[in-house]
Write a protein that binds this ligand. Structure first.
Ligand code: PDD
Length: 287
């Protein structure tokens, strides 16, 4: 991960070494907070409004006051401009503020508002050309996966499990049903038909996932938002994972076994081209 080059913390723009948070911050003590990661292409934050809207939904789900979306929009653009970066990642985090440790919400404490900008963390190009390996892990997360919570311990453990197995990503499986990746959504293709787990409490409905669904429908592909089992997934012709960081990532091996022809497939090519066109359009439009 690249290092932050500039930070906004509670109303002030600061160099990273001066951006300090209290040891009593509830983000630190309870993971009592939410976040977003936004990719910027050619100096333009991609689908910023969708990320801000999801931040507001996450805030509402954990009973945080609505975050100041207009201010955050301005903060993102200012950080990006001041960083001078074209290919960048923005990180936003809101916590329930700093207060002596007790579970109950502290009355009258302002949320901690953090935003950072750093060079984009881009997967090695070879991964997209050859595809990556993934391993399945039990989905041991809580039941509000639609909330982009900073409480990511289950995701962190899953990702580390994948790394130790020589894989790039972990695939969560709950009661035999494939939900999503440790930090990504998952699509699979059978006979040219694209399927992904429906939005709801079992997955984080990714901004990239939405863009891919739009691309797929525009390309005339058959698309289903319908759960599928691990047994079905093992028989897929293609698996594609998606996130702000990965964009689209073909998975060519699952738990050590080849998927389809074990090379990135035709549907991946179509969707990746469609996604690249959306990015180009966003850069041209400046938003
Ligand atoms: N993660 N599902 C999970 C569990 C995720 O953590 C992410 C993204 C996604 C994809 O969402 P989007 O397309 O909006 O990035 C799905 C970010 C990138 C992260 O935690 O770094």
């Amino acid at each position: 991960m690249s290092e932050a080059v500039l930070v906004y913390l509670n109303g002030r723009y600061l160099p990273p070494e001066q951006a300090l948070v209290s040891f009593q911050d509830r983000g630190f003590v309870f993971a009592d907070g939410i976040y977003e990661v936004i990719r910027c292409y050619g100096g333009v934050p991609f689908r910023l409004q969708a990320h801000l809207n999801r931040l507001a939904e996450s805030a509402a789900a954990i009973w945080l006051p609505p975050p100041p979306l207009e201010e955050l929009n301005e903060v993102c653009r200012t950080l990006l401009r001041r960083s001078g970066l074209a290919e960048a990642s923005l990180y936003l985090q809101v916590t329930r503020g700093a207060a002596p440790r007790q579970h109950l919400f502290p009355p009258g404490v302002p949320p901690t508002l953090l935003a950072t900008v750093q060079p984009a963390d881009v997967p090695p190009p070879a991964t997209r050309e050859t595809g990556v390996a993934a391993v399945t892990v039990p989905d041991e997360r809580w039941d509000l996966c639609q909330v982009k919570s900073i409480g990511l311990l289950a995701n962190v453990l899953a990702k580390e499990k994948a790394r130790r197995a020589g894989a790039y990503e972990a695939v969560f499986v709950r009661d035999g049903v494939v939900t999503e990746g440790a930090s990504s959504n998952l699509f699979a293709v059978w006979n040219g038909r694209l399927r992904t787990h429906p939005a709801g409490r079992r997955i984080l409905a990714g901004v990239t996932r939405t863009a891919i669904l739009e691309t797929a429908r525009a390309a005339g592909l058959a698309v289903l938002e319908d759960p599928f089992t691990l047994e079905e997934l093992r028989q897929a012709d293609e698996i594609i994972m998606s996130s702000t960081v990965m964009e689209l990532m073909p998975v060519t091996r699952l738990d050590g076994a080849p998927i389809g022809a074990a090379v990135p497939g035709a549907v991946h090519r179509t969707l990746a081209a469609g996604f690249a066109a959306l990015v180009e359009e966003a850069i041209r439009a400046g938003r």
